[in-house]
Design a protein around this ligand. Structure first.
Ligand code: MN
Length: 420
């Protein structure tokens, strides 16, 4: 049997205010083609389907249109789990209807761990895969909160909760498998688990658009959380494809689109976004092939003094490039009308200047030795730390203030989601 592992679609995402629906349409069309061409039996989507908790009507249309058109392919089963960006209840609401089309959606953590375990069958009705469809485990799902706990205590409890959950769900899957095989000597059915979390050793890169999971926490999940009996673990949350724990069968698929200008620059330098095609030859033996996702939108960064910028804009315009641009001015002279000049240069072209960085006008936040050229290259927490330093806030107060600030950011992100 063949499965396709993907995650972190973030449908509805913008790049500096520019909605990316055309790219999502192209991506989902491409995904259908791959599923068809590669004869994929099972599609696994490990969280962050949507970019926020109340997606726009257009984002929802793209998702349901895709699920509808999957019915015309050979793909028999779809498993979708919620990520930290998704609303569990929003994602789960149509689950009863979708189940009748073999589309299994787990937004909320079900009450019984058995309900997270899916047995998927081939065209003859023989079980071919068992899936532990574990959604993003929210703080409240796994950890009874108590006042006065230290950060370390909180993290330890979270980790214990996650570990315990994967242990239980794996045991439920094993019971399911034993009941299926019933000692008849048939090759046993492989078990796959999904997860939306930060694995130990998982690499974050600058500007990858990944939002922190738990307040003030850098909780990293170690390899032994996933029992060895799991034949494959399909992870979501990190946006670049990677193996974790030094194993071929524990992987992040990464997001299909570059989330930021920094990521787009890395793609231009030869990295690519992928979907992962897995195939079980015999139980326990999985081979994974990476399928590169095409770049559907040219996204470029141009930086230099005005001469360099003007020349590059001219060059791109003559190519007829429909690129989205980040322009970073690094010249010495102060150019108060930089924005207007760039707008004028792209006015009659297919290009759009989405972000214009002019460090000279933001001198207060930048340090002389900084590589940072635009405010958006800094995380809000970085700016906060710089403010603490500027105001000479005593060292012993900084941790608590930063934790409070992170909490406010998280609440703001959640209310933003509701507002969109
Ligand atoms: Mn994500």
């Amino acid at each position: 049997m063949r499965f396709l592992h993907t995650s972190d679609w973030h449908i509805g995402r913008s790049l500096h205010g520019r909605k990316r629906y055309e790219e999502y349409t192209a991506f989902l069309n491409w995904l259908l083609e791959v599923i068809d061409a590669e004869k994929v039996d099972v599609l696994l989507v490990a969280g962050d389907i949507f970019d926020n908790t109340s997606p726009s009507h257009r984002a929802q249309h793209l998702y349901y249109d895709f699920l509808g058109r999957l019915g015309a392919t050979a793909c028999r089963h779809v498993v979708v789990t919620a990520g930290n960006h998704d609303s569990p209840s929003f994602l789960s609401a149509p689950a009863p209807l979708l189940r009748s089309r073999n589309i299994h959606v787990l937004g909320n953590l079900p009450e019984r761990v058995e309900d997270e375990v899916l047995t998927l069958s081939d065209e003859d009705g023989r079980p071919e895969l068992i899936v532990c469809a574990v959604p993003y485990l929210r703080d409240r799902d796994i950890r009874p909160s108590e006042a006065g706990e230290s950060l370390d205590e909180k993290n330890q409890k979270l980790l214990n909760g996650i570990r315990e959950h994967y242990l239980q769900v794996t045991e439920a899957a094993l019971r399911r498998r034993n009941a299926l095989c019933d000692g008849n000597g048939k090759a046993s059915v492989p078990i796959v688990a999904l997860g939306h979390l930060l694995a130990a050793g998982g690499e974050r890169v600058e500007g990858d658009g990944v939002r922190e999971l738990y307040i003030g926490s850098l909780l990293r999940v170690p390899s032994d959380v996933f029992p060895n009996t799991l034949d494959y673990v399909a992870l979501g949350h990190l946006h670049s494809h990677q193996k974790v724990f030094g194993r071929d069968d524990r992987r992040y698929s990464g997001a299909p689109l570059a989330m930021t200008f920094d990521e787009a620059a890395r793609l231009a330098a030869g990295q690519s976004k992928v979907a992962l095609l897995g195939e079980f030859e015999e139980a326990g033996m999985v081979t994974i092939r990476t399928i590169p996702v095409p770049v559907f939108q040219r996204i470029e960064t141009i930086s230099g003094d005005w001469g360099v910028i003007a020349e590059q804009l001219d060059h791109l315009a003559r190519q007829g490039a429909s690129a989205w641009l980040r322009v970073v001015y690094t010249g010495e002279a102060v150019l108060p009308d930089l924005r207007e000049q760039i707008r004028a240069a792209v006015a009659d072209t297919a290009m759009e200047a989405l972000q214009i960085g002019n460090p000279r006008t933001l001198a207060a936040i930048y340090r002389p030795d900084d590589e940072v050229a635009t405010l958006s290259q800094l995380e809000p927490t970085d700016v906060f730390v710089r403010c603490l330093e500027d105001q000479n806030v005593p060292e012993d107060q900084r941790a608590a203030l930063s934790a409070g600030f992170s909490e406010i950011l998280l609440h703001l992100a959640e209310s933003d989601d509701r507002a969109e």
